[in-house]
Design a protein around this ligand. Structure first.
Ligand SMILES: [Zn+2]
Length: 277
């Protein structure tokens, strides 16, 4: 009797664990590079004259019937003018095919933040539902364009695309920190890179954290240095978030920085696509 009860307790214990999440695959897709990027623009306090080539990346997460992009790259002409150091560019809807997915098969896009090189590809994936922080959406569709508002690096056409997606029922607002988007994929509120950025953890064996611009390079993690685009007031919060990412991933090796070309060396890579997991 006692043994039976114990057995039942064990079984119910197992089933009371949240429904198991799929074992997702994660691929990094390098749709462009940016050459001669000053490291000091990425890592606080880095020497002014040190330059590196960075990767322009979005990530593909597959599992549980979803083909999810984390960020979407960019394609609008104007940004090539503003950032002439862009190289080896491939449009994100072409680049995604290299990872074995057609653009119309992408079911969802989680946007880390509204900057041009992360949000600018949302209109290339005709069936995708877009997920963005509620405050990020509210700010860039409103106050950002009023007197005193800030909208550096935000493309008005991306904002219009976001509003259009919302009216079409293809936008989901993620409300704050530690929010589950899909079973085993959770969003975390980043510090103020833009108004309300986010990064994600993909559950699994082992788990990974995709940082996007909340951590540009492995060097930010190794040296405990804030990403240089955060205002001085927000840098301590950015460093705290980087520490939290390491905790959430269980290891600094499983935090994937937003623009580090090294992810295409540390993980098995064919052409532009790295298989993180
Ligand atoms: Zn950014």
């Amino acid at each position: 009797m006692h043994a039976t009860r114990l057995l039942l307790a064990v079984i119910f214990g197992l089933f009371s664990v949240s429904p198991s999440s799929p074992e997702y695959s994660i691929q990094a897709i390098r749709y462009a590079s940016a050459v001669n990027e000053p490291v000091s623009a990425l890592v606080m306090g880095a020497p002014k004259d040190e330059k590196i080539e960075i990767a322009m990346v979005f990530w593909l997460i597959r599992g549980g019937g979803h083909d999810v992009l984390f960020d979407s790259g960019f394609h609008r002409e104007v940004w090539f003018k503003y950032f002439p150091n862009t190289a080896e560019y491939m449009r994100p809807d072409e680049a995604v095919k290299l990872a074995g997915v057609q653009p119309e098969d992408v079911t969802d896009i989680i946007i880390s933040h509204a900057h041009w090189d992360h949000l600018g590809g949302i209109d290339l994936f005709p069936k995708a539902t877009v997920w963005i922080q509620k405050q990020e959406f509210a700010y860039y569709t409103g106050e950002a364009w009023q007197t005193g508002g800030k909208h550096g690096g935000i493309d008005p056409e991306d904002v219009q695309a976001l509003v259009r997606l919302n009216t079409e029922g293809r936008l989901r607002l993620v409300d704050g920190d530690d929010v589950e988007i899909f079973p085993g994929i959770r969003a975390y509120a980043g510090a103020r890179h833009t108004f309300a950025s986010q990064y994600i953890r993909v559950d699994g064996n082992p788990p990974f954290v995709l940082a996007s611009d909340n951590c540009y390079l492995y060097r930010n993690l190794a040296e405990h240095k804030a990403s240089a685009t955060f205002s001085e007031a927000d840098q301590p919060a950015n460093i705290k978030n980087q520490e939290r990412m390491v905790q959430l991933a269980g290891s600094a090796d499983r935090v994937i920085p937003g623009h580090d070309a090294l992810q295409f060396q540390r993980f098995p890579t064919v052409g532009r696509v790295a298989k993180i997991k």
